[in-house]
Design a binder for this molecule. Structure first.
Ligand code: UTP
Length: 294
């Protein structure tokens, strides 16, 4: 059995340029899907997968995330006074206990690989998870839980994957697949942002990873890759052959909330699922669809 995965890194240091001006003064991971910030969905997913330590790699606008996961005594007192118990529980429940949270700073947004490297001291010498909050996954079993269960008998490294249209491979890290068993695919190679005709498959890496600490030795070199950024994919590629490396075709639906369309679609999908909003929202959608058809 593999060593238990206890720690998760949440890189939230990106510039979020696709969402400017919304992200001018706050990280894009604080954008809400219905009424919950993206980062909270990711933290809840990690907690449901048994993660015990939550490590945030923050950038220039770090305060919003720290404040979000901090107790807010004034707000709590206010809600209590007004008898708004449900809201009170909602804001209390979103906070894992202080002892389980750690923050570190990425001085400059040099890329995802660099953000992960910034957390090396907090991770130490054990396997860890990485969750990109802007990849939001709607699923019966939380995606990271599916991954931890698949990883337990295998050890090594495991990334989440899904099929994408070939034309979209330049937006992703792409897998060169080996043997496949059910949802598990052996990873023989990884290429960051390949052109469609050069992509080894249409299996894209999605923002969920279980990694071995050896990845930090490669990231130590601070090698610049595609787009002039220090890429996590390049460091992962260096582990292939040296350690077991698999991809899991997870069960669920992923929304790319780093893009406007993906973000809007996620709001749609999550709002439709809500008991308190679904009916009214569906009625509104019909109204808009009818108006569009006219
Ligand atoms: P993206 O590639 O979506 O980049 O990052 P971005 O800067 O956040 O957004 P755009 O493209 O300018 O709109 C993927 C994930 O990696 C994190 C981001 O916060 C996001 O969760 N990231 C990226 C960092 O933490 N640091 C970086 O230097 C780059």
């Amino acid at each position: 059995m593999a060593q238990r995965v206890r720690k998760a890194i949440f890189p939230v240091g990106g510039l979020g340029t696709r969402f400017l001006p919304a992200t001018k003064a706050m990280p894009k991971e604080m954008l809400p899907i219905v009424d919950k910030p993206l980062i909270q969905y990711a933290v809840e997913e990690a907690a449901a997968a048994g993660i015990e330590e939550f490590i945030f790699v923050t950038g220039r606008n770090k305060h919003a995330i720290e404040d979000h996961f901090d107790r807010s005594f004034e707000l709590e007192a206010n809600l209590e006074q007004r008898g708004q118990g449900e809201l009170l529980a909602a804001i209390r429940d979103c906070v894992p206990s202080d002892t389980r949270l750690a923050y570190t700073r990425q001085g400059q947004a040099l890329g995802l690989g660099h953000a992960v490297w910034c957390a090396r001291g907090l991770v130490g010498d054990e396997p860890f998870a990485v969750l990109l909050a802007d990849d939001l996954i709607q699923s019966e079993t939380p995606c990271l839980k599916q991954m931890i269960e698949a990883h337990a008998p295998l050890g090594g490294n495991l990334v989440a994957t899904m099929e994408v249209a070939r034309a979209h491979t330049p937006n992703y890290g792409v897998i060169a697949p080996g043997a496949t068993r059910d949802r598990l695919i052996e990873v023989k190679g990884l290429v960051e942002k390949p052109k469609p005709d050069l992509a080894p498959s249409n299996l894209a890496v999605i923002g969920r990873y279980i990694l071995q600490p050896e990845v930090f030795s490669h990231l130590d070199r601070q090698q610049v890759g595609a787009g002039g950024e220090i890429q996590l994919t390049d460091a992962l590629a260096s582990l292939i052959g040296a350690q077991p490396f698999y991809a899991l075709r997870f069960a669920g639906r992923r929304f790319d909330c780093g893009s406007k369309i993906g973000f809007l679609e996620a709001n749609l999908a999550f709002a439709l699922e809500r008991a308190d909003l679904g009916t009214e929202f569906r009625r509104l959608l019909r109204q808009y669809a009818d108006a569009g058809a006219r």
